[in-house]
Structure formats: structure tokens, C-alpha cells
Design a protein around this ligand. Structure first.
Ligand SMILES: Nc1ncnc2c1ncn2[C@@H]1O[C@H](COP(=O)(O)OP(=O)(O)O)[C@@H](O)[C@H]1O
Ligand SMILES: [Mg+2]
Length: 389
């Protein structure tokens, strides 16, 4: 698959209409960052490592072994619910290291680094459900790696490497093959207490607020927009980062400044907008509209000992973003997205009160979500998914 070349005139023209720095005065440095992001090379086309290998910065030359690969042909997959199938789902990792768990990731502390293991857990309405989704952890990790790789020259991120072998001398415990492709070694940061959400289309809670107040997260928008329509420009709509069990709350940019200070808020905003715009153009080339997305940032020190704000967690995955299929996109209604939407719809249909525990998911819902995650990954990155173990 050909990935878009941001140097290409048509891609640049499309991006120019969505200039993230329009609407407030960029500093020279911000403008420089944004321009650099637009002209960042498309790494996956730059090397000839082939689709069988995870091509990550540094790792291709350093580690030329092809990854164990299990191409999944759906028709030959073991039946969902069978013992064999269940073995391909990781609900919880199990390493002998200090750990804490988010809804989806198990996080192991290695001092100045973290090992993030994306399990196959799925959450909806902030509740983790009893079944996992096969391949989901690998999709999240490898899709994030793809974006971290593509944007690192402009927006620094936490990624050190994706675990692509069982041979990891710098990790104090043995990682079995089930950790390959789903685990990422990252730089440990102090998370910035904001969810950095960027919206380019009117959907979800944004659409609900717009119908009520004509605004999205307090930002006034032109009258007469319909559901799922593109906004005149992408908007930055931060929210608080709730503690476990708490829901995130939408806040204005000024409130975000109140929480993290002007410098951090501005950096988070500019970087989020640039990343969203970049993601939008790449996703569009793969036939998706990236309706909205959420980033997280963390503070750390760079090699010169200066504080900096870098991208952490995950990036532009179906867990953190709404991807809409451009072919069936119809403004004026809600869109089926390549994410958990069918899960939310099914859960809503069961009448579940959204309090834990959630109901067990039927096989067809599990398979539907799995195939959506995989399709989003394969179309956007043009890479095969590496699933080992
Ligand atoms: N580089 C990093 N440094 C510190 N914390 C991180 C880093 N990357 C991700 N995190 C944190 O790890 C957690 C990831 O686990 P996840 O299951 O996604 O959690 P959540 O339930 O909060 O979405 C998040 O709380 C995120 O803030
Ligand atoms: Mg998360």
C-alpha cells in the first residue's frame, strides 16, 4: 500500500485547509514544528524490510531477525469460545516485577523505564468486560509504534522499542513469546494531568452538546452543522484525567491552563493538533476519516537535562480514536466506526446499567470487534500484524 507523502502537493493542500495553528498566533518554533511534521518522511516506504518485520527506528539494523509471524486467515481460525482460541487471548500479564494495571495495559516499573503490556482486555463505558478481544493488544501496540515512528522527528515520544523477541538482556525477567508484538519498552514520565482530545468532526458527546448549546466543549461553532460533519477546523477539547473509577470531564482550554500551567497546556495543544492533522491525512489516504482522537503527554528530562513534554501512552489507535470508513460515510447520521461502537451498541441493547461487572460478550460481537481493530491497523499502516505466542 502506498502511504501518503506529506510532500505531495495534494496532501499538502488538504492539510493546509486544516492548519492546526490557525486561530491563534503560533510562535516561530511552533510553526517550525508543524511544518516539519508535514514534511516528515514516510518511514514504512523508506525501508525495504518487508511486511514480515516490525520496522521500528533502530530495530531493523540492530535486530535483523524476522519476527515470528502468524498470519491470521479468518476462515481457518479456531472457533471462538474453543479452548484453542481462548489461549490466544491475554486477559492479564504475569511478570515478576512491580506492576500496576490500567483498564487495558499492565504497567511494569523498571526504574527510569516502563514495560507497557497491552493485554486483550476491552473496556466500554469505563468498565472492563469479562471477555478479551483476540489480537487487540498487538493492534494497539503496533499501531502506536507506527505513529510514534512516523512523528518522532517532530513530536518526541516515550517509545524505546517494541518487544520483538524473547531475547531482552536489558529487562530483568524472561519475556515469553506471548509478550512479543504487544509490549513496549518506554521512557517513564510524569503524566500530564490532561486528556488531550482533538476533534475534526461532530460526533458523540460533541454532537450532543452542539445540538443543545451550539458549542463543543464551550467552543462556539457555526450554526447549521449536521451530525458527523467536518468542523471548519479541528478543535482542541481537553478533559480532566479521572482517577480509576472516575469519569473524565470536559474542560475549556483556560481550565487546562489552570491545571497544568500555560507552557505545558500550549505545548500539549500545539503538539496534539499537529499530530491529529498528520493522522487525519494518513488515515484519509487509507480510506478513513479520523473523526477525533485522544493523546496523553508526560514530562521528562531530555539529554541536556531540560524539562520537556513528550507524547506517551498510545497514539491514534481504535481505542483512542474514531476511524470512519470513508466509503460509507454519510453526514447527517452517526457513523459506524472501526472501534468499539458495535460493542457499545450491543451493551446498550442488553439494558446493562453500566456498573461493573459487565455482561459476557457473545462470540459474534467479539469477532466483529476483533476484525475491526485488525482492519484499521492493516489499512492505516499497510503492515501485517505480528502475533506471536
Ligand atoms: N511513558 C509513560 N510514563 C508514565 N506513565 C505512562 C506512560 N505511558 C503510559 N502511561 C500510563 O500508563 C497507563 C496505561 O494503561 P491504560 O490501560 O491505557 O490505562 P487507562 O485505564 O488509564 O486508560 C495510563 O495510566 C498512562 O497514563
Ligand atoms: Mg488508556
Amino acid at each position: 500500500m502506498n502511504l501518503p507523502n506529506p510532500q505531495d502537493a495534494s496532501v499538502r493542500a488538504a492539510l493546509a485547509t486544516l492548519h492546526p495553528l490557525r486561530g491563534f498566533s503560533p510562535t516561530d518554533r511552533q510553526q517550525e514544528l508543524y511544518d516539519a511534521l508535514l514534511s516528515a518522511p514516510c518511514r514504512p516506504d523508506d525501508d525495504d524490510s518487508g511486511a514480515d518485520r516490525l520496522s521500528l527506528p533502530g530495530s531493523v539494523e540492530d535486530n535483523p531477525r524476522p519476527l515470528p509471524r502468524r498470519p491470521i486467515i479468518l476462515s481457518t481460525c479456531p472457533k471462538i469460545g474453543s479452548e484453542e482460541f481462548a489461549m490466544t487471548v491475554m486477559m492479564e500479564s504475569n511478570l515478576d516485577l512491580p506492576r500496576h494495571s490500567g483498564k487495558v495495559r499492565d504497567i511494569y516499573d523498571l526504574g527510569d523505564r516502563l514495560l507497557l503490556v497491552a493485554t486483550d482486555r476491552v473496556s466500554a463505558f469505563d468498565v472492563v468486560l469479562p471477555n478479551g478481544i483476540p489480537d487487540k493488544g498487538c493492534v494497539l501496540t503496533q499501531m502506536s509504534a507506527f505513529w510514534f515512528d512516523a512523528t518522532e522527528s517532530v513530536v518526541p515520544n516515550h517509545m524505546i522499542r517494541v518487544i520483538d523477541s524473547t531475547d531482552n538482556p536489558d529487562i530483568p525477567v524472561e519475556l515469553g513469546p506471548e509478550y512479543i508484538g504487544r509490549s513496549m519498552l518506554v521512557k517513564k514520565c510524569e503524566p500530564v494531568k490532561l486528556e488531550a482530545i482533538v476533534r475534526g468532526y461532530l460526533a458523540g458527546s460533541g454532537w450532543a452538546e452542539y445540538q443543545r448549546d451550539g458549542t463543543v466543549c464551550g467552543i462556539p461553532l457555526p450554526a447549521g452543522l449536521t451530525e458527523s460533519e467536518p468542523l471548519p477546523n479541528p478543535i482542541f477539547t481537553p478533559s480532566t484525567k479521572g482517577e480509576v473509577g472516575e469519569h473524565d470531564e470536559n474542560i475549556t482550554y483556560e481550565q487546562a491552563v489552570g491545571i497544568v500551567g500555560e507552557d505545558v497546556a500550549n505545548t500539549v495543544k500545539v503538539r496534539s493538533m499537529a499530530l491529529y492533522t498528520f493522522g487525519l491525512s494518513r488515515a484519509q489516504e487509507a480510506g478513513f476519516f479520523l473523526a477525533d482522537t485522544k493523546f496523553e503527554f508526560g514530562t521528562t528530562q531530555n539529554e541536556q537535562g531540560e524539562d520537556e513534554v513528550i507524547l506517551i501512552d498510545e497514539a491514534l489507535t481504535p481505542d483512542s480514536s474514531r476511524f470512519w470508513d470513508a466509503e460509507i460515510y454519510r453526514p447527517g447520521q452517526s457513523q459506524p466506526s472501526y472501534d468499539k461502537q458495535p460493542l457499545r451498541d450491543w451493551l446498550t441493547g442488553t439494558g446493562w446499567d453500566k456498573e461493573p461487572p459487565g455482561p459476557p460478550l457473545p462470540d459474534d460481537v467479539v469477532e466483529n470487534i476483533r476484525s475491526r481493530y485488525r482492519t484499521a491497523y492493516e489499512r492505516v499502516t499497510g503492515r501485517d500484524l505480528i502475533v506471536a505466542g
